[in-house]
Write a protein that binds this ligand. Structure first.
Ligand code: HEM
Length: 359
């Protein structure tokens, strides 16, 4: 069964032959079912991410309609991830600095503590989400007694800003952001910094959950890639290859602020572009022998963390969280927490495996 469309591909058992066909037949093409342009080759993906008229939000709807006038909407409007232009240029350096102040040793320590706390008491699916958020929360100075509540608040926030959020999900997200904003204010942060402090936890949630989960699947398929007692840098190399080969963020979106031409196709003002990051990672123009899983690649190029103005400032943090978390788990209890792989969470852009309960 081939995926229904490029959005469904994100959670298909094996979307990569389908992406290869898109790259061959339609580097940039219009999908009338989705009502979106789709950029599939590495060149088209890079061009889309670099294009000044392709913006992260539709000009007519900078904040999703359902969130306008709500506390969640106020936070959303202040996220660098959701803004372009002058606001983005002014505030992104702060976010980069906030992420850059954590050393890899700090990150590894936070992830190890998160695993020791969570592995004995939560199931695999909850573990995937809670480890990244708890790790960042620890780095941000959230006290141990508030960690579980903070993870729950970040999860509620992520659900509340989702495209299909119900009124009840938005209401829960409003309560959650009030608590998360209060944490930032207690540290003396202004409203923009306070919103982007939440973003460090929110951005890490689904993406790093997927990175940990997809690494578990890769290790199951090819246990020989890591010898018992593998060193931290060997773990990082495997996780980095997973981030290229089976990336947790499969696609992102852009919206045309003016009419423009992308790879020879005319995109009109207001139209959306689905940017297939995962397809780009398997483009032979980006990597040699791209379908091979090779943790020892001399050169690894990936677009799974974006590129250009909005490139992820948390890449090395995410790789370290996943590597340190799995190293800690394997050394203490092995991967027995993860039972049968049952599919993927039903999300339009993230690829997060689901696991059945351990019997
Ligand atoms: C495996 C884990 C991760 C993946 C795959 C990932 C991927 C991405 C991608 C693709 C973007 C760009 C989106 C776009 O251009 O449309 C992005 C942006 C961002 N990421 Fe990550 N991310 C991960 C983890 C993290 C972590 C751990 C943090 C924080 C410590 C983080 C913070 C951010 C922020 C703040 C942005 C917005 C940057 C901007 O718009 O200027 N991410 N991420």
């Amino acid at each position: 069964m081939i995926p229904r469309d490029p959005v469904a591909a994100a959670t298909h058992a094996d979307p990569y032959p389908y992406y290869a066909r898109l790259r061959r037949e339609s580097p940039v093409g219009y999908d009338s079912g989705l009502g979106l342009w789709v950029a599939a080759t590495a060149d088209a993906v890079q061009a889309a991410l670099a294009h000044p008229a392709l913006r992260v939000r539709p000009a007519a709807e900078p904040v999703p309609k359902a969130l306008v006038g709500t506390p969640v909407g106020e936070v959303f409007a202040r996220l660098v991830r959701m803004n372009d232009g002058e606001f983005h240029a002014r505030h992104r350096p702060d976010v980069q600095r906030a992420a850059a102040r954590f050393t890899l040793a700090d990150v590894a320590g936070a992830a190890e503590e998160a695993v020791r706390d969570l592995a004995p008491r939560v199931n695999a699916n909850a573990f995937l989400s809670a480890v990244p958020v708890q790790s960042i929360a620890r780095l941000l100075g959230v006290p141990p007694a508030s960690l579980d509540r903070t993870v729950a608040c970040v999860e509620a926030f992520v659900q509340g800003i989702g495209a299909n959020a119900s009124g009840q999900m938005i209401a829960l997200a409003n309560d959650a952001v009030a608590e998360l904003v209060a944490q930032g204010e207690a540290q003396g942060l202004d409203p923009v910094r306070s919103a982007n402090r939440i973003a460090l936890m929110q951005q890490s949630l689904d993406a790093t959950a997927g990175l940990i989960g997809n690494t578990v699947l890769s290790l199951r398929r090819r246990p020989e890639v890591l010898a018992p007692g593998a060193r931290p840098e060997e773990w990082r190399a495997v996780v980095s290859e997973v981030a290229r080969w089976d990336p947790p963020v499969q696609n992102t979106r852009r919206f045309a602020a003016t009419d423009l031409v992308l790879a020879g196709e005319t995109i009109t003002q207001g139209q959306g572009v689905l940017v297939l990051l995962a397809s780009a990672n398997r483009d032979p123009g980006l990597n040699n022998d791209p379908d091979a899983f090779d943790a020892h690649r001399a050169v690894r190029r990936g677009l799974g963390f974006g590129a250009g103005a909005h490139a992820c400032p948390g890449e090395s943090i995410a790789v370290e969280i996943a590597a340190a978390a799995l190293r800690t788990l394997v050394a203490s209890a092995g991967l027995g927490l993860f039972a049968e792989h049952t599919g993927y969470r039903p999300l339009p852009n993230a690829r997060i495996p689901t696991f059945s309960a351990v019997s």
